[in-house]
Design a protein around this ligand. Structure first.
Ligand code: COA
Length: 277
């Protein structure tokens, strides 16, 4: 493979690593990484290997300047992800259950903290760990057949990959309690009314096209500022003072070349050319 520049070299390396995944499909087109959970015969249930592969992908997404955004979906038409793999959950004990939850939380936090936009296209069952995975993404676009739920109580457990926190923040205490205590599934329309999803499109193709449209808009914006939006929105989840994080991040933006370029371009009545520095 011919390598011309450092940045291209990095990108090509990433492609080679990503092609080795067993449970994920990856494809990069025009700066968008299309990431598909690929265990269709198991409703894309996430086993520990899938989680590890997700961790590796998001490490690469962070480092790879060629990737501007990610669309995450599930293989086939029936499921985004129908939860963590119950065959693995069934043999947990008190000690490894804590590790199980903490490592999942850590991987989902990488997604949530990624400075590039990550959009979940939830195409069908989005349950348990699947709902938690979707909630760790920055936005969710559902297909009309999508169903959401946290059915862990049916297995004698609770959401362990951050779902108790993110669901409460997204839909409010009352509804989060109801969903997690009953294990009920809700359809795409109700999920949208609750603020769990941003948009609903009839099919997976249309949902992906809607996600592409959003990412295209974001691509033209200042990359550092997009990263700061991620940090500030996530600061709402932290116990530290989110307003302080906002002020610190605002000041970091003002130190950047993109800030100078954005303000100058406006005043000079031209389009800005952002460099992410
Ligand atoms: N973990 C492991 N395997 C799962 C799974 C999960 N979370 N969800 C589905 N599967 C498997 C099924 O066991 C089945 O495997 P098999 O063909 O080897 O028997 C296969 O995926 C297809 O699922 P099936 O139940 O036959 O499909 P369905 O259309 O009747 O029902 C669901 C689909 C999603 C409603 C149902 O599979 C389900 O309730 N899954 C569990 C959801 C859950 O509790 N998630 C939270 C886990 S923490």
């Amino acid at each position: 493979m011919v390598v011309l520049e450092g940045e291209v070299y990095l990108f090509e390396l990433s492609c080679i690593c990503m092609s080795e995944f067993v449970n994920l499909l990856t494809e990069e087109r025009q700066g968008i990484l299309y990431l598909t959970i690929n265990r269709e015969e198991k409703m894309n249930a996430m086993n520990l290997d899938t989680l590890e592969e997700l961790r590796q992908v998001f490490d690469e997404v962070m480092d790879n300047k060629a990737i501007k955004g990610v669309i995450l979906t599930g293989a086939g038409e029936k499921a985004f992800v129908a939860g963590a793999d119950i065959t693995e959950i069934a043999s947990l004990n008190e000690v490894n259950a804590r590790k199980f939850a903490e490592s999942g939380q850590e991987i989902f936090a990488r997604i949530e903290n990624c400075h590039k936009p990550v959009i979940a296209v939830t195409n069908g069952y989005t349950l348990g760990g699947g709902c938690e995975l979707a909630m760790a993404c920055h936005m969710r676009i559902a297909t009309a057949n999508a169903q959401f739920g946290q059915p862990e109580v049916n297995l004698g457990i609770i959401p362990g990959y951050g779902g108790t926190q993110r669901l409460t923040l997204l839909v409010g205490r009352g509804k989060a309690n109801e969903l997690m205590m009953t294990g009920d599934r809700i359809g795409a329309e109700e999920a949208k009314t609750l603020g769990l999803v941003n948009h609903i499109l009839p099919t997976k193709e249309e949902a992906i096209a809607a996600a592409e449209e959003i990412l295209e808009k974001i691509k033209s914006k200042a990359p550092l500022a997009i990263g700061m939006v991620v940090d500030c929105v996530n600061a709402v989840f932290l116990e530290e003072n989110g307003y302080q994080t906002e002020a610190n991040s605002f000041a970091r933006c003002v130190k950047s070349g993109d800030y100078k370029e954005g303000t100058s371009a406006f005043l000079e009545k031209r389009k800005p050319v952002f460099r992410g520095e």
